[in-house]
Design a protein around this ligand. Structure first.
Ligand code: ADP
Ligand code: MG
Length: 548
């Protein structure tokens, strides 16, 4: 099968597919002797761009030609760009280089790759999602769908041990980000009367600046200072090559400490060889505040769903190989912690999902019955994945809340408010319609703004600055302007003219429609990343909430 799942990670990426028995397997990166490809790009010169471990080896010596952590930039409105040898790259283009490397990995092993599912963090908004999809297309891949990383991890967990009705806390500590997600798996009956397993995201939390890199940095400082002490030097005396040497060895030492009680590193300090031994207990002591930080995020995420009981905690992300993490999580959730291939689970879940989508498309359902009618059923046992595929649907949910900005004229003072039509976590496609009215008689037009946000409130009060950027009262709501729809009104339109506004959200974006019910004229627009935002800030061109 030419269907693959891709975990496009902040620090490491991974690609997986289902083997001939229907079990997920990761495609090996033989060049780096790893299951991963480092999400690092080195622009060596105009003819040579290197992706992966070899790129990582230039961070200290040639840092200004290395791009890493690009996932943090993708889909941001004021997206930064990178220029090398006269050519400018957007984060989408850099991500496409990483995806191309993954694609080449498959092709170099003589396999075809066509359809893919790419994973994204559960908290990604529409723009980040759309930009990720674009990166896939730019790499020449057909992106069947995106899937939330914790959902993919939960899927690969279910493929191992199928369980009904579970609430899972996914603790994902990667290289540069920490994500906590509470997902609920439940059996429901779909419209066709078939029992299906549904995965819903109930709450998300975490920090996109907390990850394995913080552990690396602590270890780097520790080794640097130890090198200085051994040689009677100060950190300023240490040359860039020596720093790169330490940097290259830090991660390896950290990985060793996950297995052993101590690790040795040998560093050439400005020409003289120095051996440093690090004890696991010392490493744990110097990073204990980071562990505590992750546990605080677990607590704050659980507070968002106070009535929920956690059945299972899944450890995901390469950094959960560290015993200090396993111990801290186990102490909080005794007997509930599960960890299986933490650095591959997301890619494997994406591969399972990709094959589910292909099966769905072709109408070919590999069910348990079908396989047991095989002449020799003992030879080909039904894999968990196959059972899962037959039973499972991942319900696409809205990653954000969406709604228009309108004037509330009820109080003494007119207030520009955001009315959330569709809330985070609703089943997609989600549709909502509401009737508004022009602010004034003879109003020439309405500029109907569409917003995305993280709030579950019905109404928010955004204050829009002179650039059209909404300043939410609470920054945690993360209000973003998606764009606007201009509704022209014919001359002499009275202010009691009902204007019916509809928002429809599906995986590809937000469709906004306004109908002038007096003339039946329809105005519509489709908003996604590329939408040019051209916003008129004069307060007059608005709709008001209630009729007089
Ligand atoms: P991403 O952040 O891209 O999602 P991963 O989930 O693959 O990436 O996590 C990468 C992080 O995991 C890196 O910081 C890496 O050093 C760390 N890591 C991988 N294996 C180990 C290990 N055995 N012990 C400790 N840390 C590890
Ligand atoms: Mg990850």
């Amino acid at each position: 099968m030419s269907t693959y799942g891709i975990d496009l990670g902040t620090t490491y990426s991974c690609i997986a597919r289902l083997d001939s028995n229907g079990n997920p397997e990761v495609i090996r990166n033989n060049e780096d002797d790893s299951n991963m490809v480092a999400s690092v790009v080195f622009f060596e010169n105009e003819n040579n761009v290197v992706v992966g471990q070899a790129a990582k080896e230039n961070i200290e010596t040639d840092g200004d030609r290395v791009v890493q952590f690009v996932k943090r930039e993708i889909g941001k409105r004021d997206m930064r760009t990178y220029t090398f040898d006269g050519k400018t790259y957007t984060p989408v283009e850099i991500s496409a280089l990483i995806l191309t490397r993954l694609k080449n990995l498959v092709e170099s092993q003589g396999n075809e790759i066509e359809d893919v599912v790419i994973t994204v963090p559960a908290y990604f908004g529409l723009e980040e999602r759309s930009a990720t999809k674009q990166a896939g297309e730019l790499a020449g891949l057909h992106v069947l769908s995106l899937i939330n990383e914790p959902t993919a991890a939960a899927l690969s967990y279910c493929a191992r041990q199928f369980q009904e009705d579970r609430t899972i806390l996914v603790y994902d500590l990667g290289g540069g980000t920490f994500d906590v997600t509470v997902v609920k798996m439940s059996m429901t009956r779909n419209e066709a009367g078939k029992d299906v397993q549904k995965i819903n995201v109930l709450a998300t939390g975490g920090d996109d600046r907390l990850g394995g890199k913080d552990w690396d940095d602590k270890l780097f400082d520790h080794i640097l200072h130890a090198c200085c002490d051994e040689n009677g030097l100060t950190p300023e005396d240490i040359e860039a090559e020596t720093r790169q040497d330490i940097r290259s060895k830090v991660e390896e030492a950290k990985r060793k400490l996950s297995k052993k009680q101590s690790a040795k590193v040998r560093i050439d300090v400005n020409g003289s060889r120095t051996e440093i031994t690090i004890k696991r207990s010392d490493f744990e002591a110097m990073t204990s505040d980071k562990v505590a930080q992750t546990m605080n995020f677990v607590d704050s995420t659980l507070q968002k769903v106070p009535d929920v009981e956690i059945d299972t905690v899944l450890l995901v992300g390469g950094s959960t190989y560290m015993p200090m993490i396993q111990n801290a999580v186990e102490a909080k959730f005794p007997g509930k912690v599960q960890q299986h291939d933490p650095d591959q689970a997301v890619a494997k879940g994406a591969a399972i999902y990709a094959s589910m989508l292909v099966v769905e498309e072709s109408g070919d359902t590999p069910s348990a019955d079908e396989t047991s009618s095989d002449e020799n059923p003992a030879e080909k046992p039904v894999s968990h994945t196959e059972q899962l595929t037959a039973k499972f649907t991942v319900e696409d949910q809205t990653p954000r809340s969406f709604g228009p900005g309108v004037m509330d004229t009820k109080g003494a003072k007119h207030q520009y408010v955001l009315e959330n039509f569709i809330k985070i976590g609703e089943k997609m496609p989600a549709v909502f319609t509401k009737t508004y009215y022009p602010l004034e008689d003879n109003q020439e037009r309405v500029r109907l703004r569409a917003f995305e946000n993280m709030s579950l409130e019905d109404t928010l009060i955004p204050c829009v600055d002179e650039d059209g950027n909404p300043q939410a009262t609470d920054p945690a709501n993360n209000v973003k302007l998606l764009g606007e729809l201009v509704v022209n009104l014919p001359p002499e339109t009275p202010r009691d003219t009902p204007i019916k506004v509809t928002f429809k959200v599906d995986a590809s974006g937000v469709h906004v429609e306004a109908v002038n019910t007096r003339t039946n004229e329809i105005f519509e627009t489709f908003l996604r990343t590329e939408s040019d935002i051209d916003v008129d800030n004069s307060a007059v061109h608005q709709l008001r909430i209630s009729a007089d």
